[in-house]
Design a protein around this ligand. Structure first.
Ligand code: HEC
Ligand code: HEC
Length: 391
């Protein structure tokens, strides 16, 4: 249903309830109006907790009631600084989601292949905590990773998955150096790390970085560091891709039977959307990348060469990624994260964010000079190559 229709329906529904006084009718619909300003990102990475039916339904279009405007001023804004926000970037590195109305939990128990666990919709989608489908496949997770902190922040496992594999709209956390990990939280906390576009998924991460305390952050960092990265993205070169549209949890869903040219894009979809929506960490993604991109990306990553493959070393188009991220691109030391086998959507998003200056943390300077000369095609190519590697 179109969201603008919903607000009209609210008025209609309210009018139907005869008992309602003019004043409470105003209040109810003002609440709906205020939620016009709840940005989409609040609904991206996880399904919103179930709300009583009387509560407002989010409707993202602009609205001009004074109450709504007040709420807009009061609400913390995790979008990029206006002078750096971009509207000219390709959309694919910034996956969008849709909000599905929460229906009452009917108690149905969900299962996934290979796990003996069962969880209800409430346990999967409506609590701060994260379902742990395969508790034997990883060390005991510390509280911030599995339960989060009620009223403060949601469990890391919910968006990054319990095994840290991450999703195209979030990030893989497996094996990240503890120092790097904590620095990213610090950068977000200090408003030094944003996306390049408004309403991007990171706007649901920044408040977490701002509310987690140092001890919990360290526990989470050590847990994810202890998990060996594995490949959860299957890279496929192609010139034609399925047509996709945003689904819940910012998962991109396939429109059955419809295809289109890939162009200069990467299209990343779940291997099994149903399992991904149940937060199954063992179900990965397919990344469709343009024909020839992996080979071109290899030249960029290994010798910093330009697309003509001139093979220049050092003085090429950019600095070889291997210089800092290690000979196998599996990371190096405390500051250089591993890049091999990670989501190309996430990697490309970071490259754009370094380039537009919205990812501007303590150690971002090194990356800014690397990305300065990269074109849209270079970013597709190098992201495709990195994703194709074994972590
Ligand atoms: C609501 C979803 C959500 C939850 C819950 C969440 N994250 Fe994130 N996190 C994200 C998103 C989205 C990004 C990616 C930001 C980007 O693209 O730049 C991210 C990125 C990160 C990064 C940066 C990774 C990198 O490679 O630079 C770290 C570190 C991180 N999260 C830690 C945590 C920790 C610790 C918790 C739990 C306390 C947590 N996250 C919970 C959504 C979430
Ligand atoms: C001069 C050293 C250097 C070189 C060369 C370099 N990087 Fe980086 N890279 C870094 C540092 C440092 C960071 C962490 C930045 C931060 O903490 O904000 C980083 C971070 C990244 C990230 C973000 C990872 C994440 O988990 O969020 C990506 C993606 C990346 N680099 C890709 C590349 C690519 C692709 C190349 C080659 C074209 C490259 N880098 C070359 C130093 C370098």
């Amino acid at each position: 249903m179109r969201k603008s229709v919903r607000i009209r329906e609210c008025w209609k529904e309210s009018l139907k309830i005869r008992m309602i006084s003019a004043k409470s009718l105003f209040t109810l619909c003002a609440v709906v109006s205020v939620t016009l300003l709840i940005p989409d990102y609040a609904l991206h990475a996880y399904q919103a907790p179930a709300k009583p039916d009387t509560e407002a339904k989010p409707v993202p279009e602009a609205h001009s009631s004074p109450a709504a405007n007040l709420a807009a001023v009061a609400k913390p804004n995790y979008d990029p600084p206006p002078n750096l926000a971009r509207t000219d970037l390709p959309a694919w590195p910034y996956p969008k989601g849709v909000h599905i109305e929460a229906t009452p939990d009917d108690g149905k128990l969900y299962r996934i292949p290979g796990s003996s666990k069962t969880f209800t919709d409430t346990q999967i989608n409506r609590l701060a905590s994260s379902p742990d489908w395969f508790p034997d496949s990883h060390p005991t997770p510390p509280a911030p990773v599995i339960t989060g902190k009620e009223g403060a922040y949601r469990a890391c496992g919910e968006c990054h998955l319990m095994n840290g594999a991450g999703k195209p709209d979030t990030a893989r956390l497996q094996g990240l150096p503890v120092t790097y990990f904590l620095q990213q939280l610090e950068d977000m906390k200090n408003d030094k790390r944003h996306a390049s576009v408004v309403r991007a998924s990171i706007t649901s991460m920044i408040p977490i970085a701002k509310s987690i305390d140092a001890a919990d952050a360290k526990l989470a960092a050590e847990y994810f560091h202890s998990l060996p990265p594995f490949k959860s993205v299957r890279v496929v070169e192609t010139d034609t891709v399925p047509v996709t549209h945003p689904g819940p949890h910012s998962v991109q869903l396939v429109e059955r039977g419809a295809t289109e040219p890939i162009g200069t894009r990467i299209i990343e979809i779940p291997e099994d959307a149903e399992r991904t929506l149940l937060r199954d960490p063992s179900s990965g993604f397919i990344a469709y990348v343009p024909l020839g991109s992996i080979k071109r990306g290899e030249a960029l990553a290994r010798i910093g060469a330009d697309k003509t493959g001139a093979g220049k070393t050092g003085a090429g188009k950019t600095i070889a990624c291997t210089t800092c991220h290690g000979p196998n691109l599996k990371g190096m030391g405390d500051q250089f994260p591993g890049l091999a086998g990670a989501s190309p959507t996430v990697a490309a998003r970071q490259l754009y964010d370094f380039k537009s200056g919205t990812r501007d943390g303590k150690n971002a300077a090194a990356m800014k000079s690397v990305v300065a000369t990269l074109t849209d095609q270079d970013i597709v190519d190098v992201a495709a190559y990195l994703a194709s590697l074994q972590p």
